[in-house]
Design a protein around this ligand. Sequence first.
Ligand code: BJW
Length: 236
Amino acid sequence: MDDLRKIVVLTGAGISAESGIDTFRSAGGLWEQHRVEDVATPEGFARDPDLVLGFYDMRRAALAKVQPNDAHRALAKLEAEFSGELLLVTQNVDDLHERGGSRQVLHMHGELKSALCTSCEMRSPWDATLSDRPNCPICQAPSLRPDVVWFGEMPYQMERIYAAIRECDLFVSIGTSGAVYPAAGFVRDAKDCGAATLELNLEPSEGSASFTETRHGPAGQLVPQWVGEVLDSAIS
Ligand code: BJW
């Protein structure tokens, strides 16, 4: 780890599981409680906007009741103390990285606390409900939807992410099943560019075999331990 200058970290729902947020694909997870086609596609939204707006209102409200955990805090410590470059990319729509102290977080699948106007296409910070069809604060149209990336839509800031992956020395994937692209492909993109790759996940993910190193267990333990190793190796 002595030559570590550029790290890209990708996080998924598993990093927020110990805070009490449901993951998607685990037993009892969100996709067992709701049909993915109904709540996480543009077609589902067009068919039944009330259902979709209610689903995201419920998750936004649940966010107010949970707190960041040791894994979020450890990544904030890494950002503050690592002397090289760190890009933290999350697939999560929660704000637990920010509340754990991270300052720079790239939300590739959007954010629960943001609304997207389908009329003027502007994004606005949003803390309230959407199912009551409030007006867009910018164009005043009652056309707000959750500012999240559904299946078939383009994730945010892909050029910036791919540029960082091409240049990184280490790609680390934390708490994600590796079931959803393009994020699931980042490990192979990083490896093709010569980076070391590390998986920190409760169990082997769908992409485990692609990583040069895998560690399995709860993120609340694995992430602080790994961050400690990185910061110690930079000091010595
Ligand atoms: C713990 C833990 C603990 C638990 N500690 N770990 C190539 C091949 C095939 C298909 C495609 C392809 N490219 C594109 C597609 C189509 C599609 C796709 O991937 N389909 C798959 C089903 C195959 N992708 C798309 O449509 C994407 N758009 C797109 O590709 O645009 C074109 C494009 C092309 C090329 C470049 C760029 C763009 C958009 C995908 C949007 C995903 N949206 C969602 C919903 C967001 C809003 C919301 O939150 O509701 O994003 S779906 C859902 O899955 C959510 C998540 O971010 C995402 C990933 O889930 P995640 O985070 O991995 O959670 P889980 O539950 O799956 O896994 C949790 C893991 O944690 C598990 O492994 C647990 O073991 C672990 N764990 N406790 C550590 N304590």
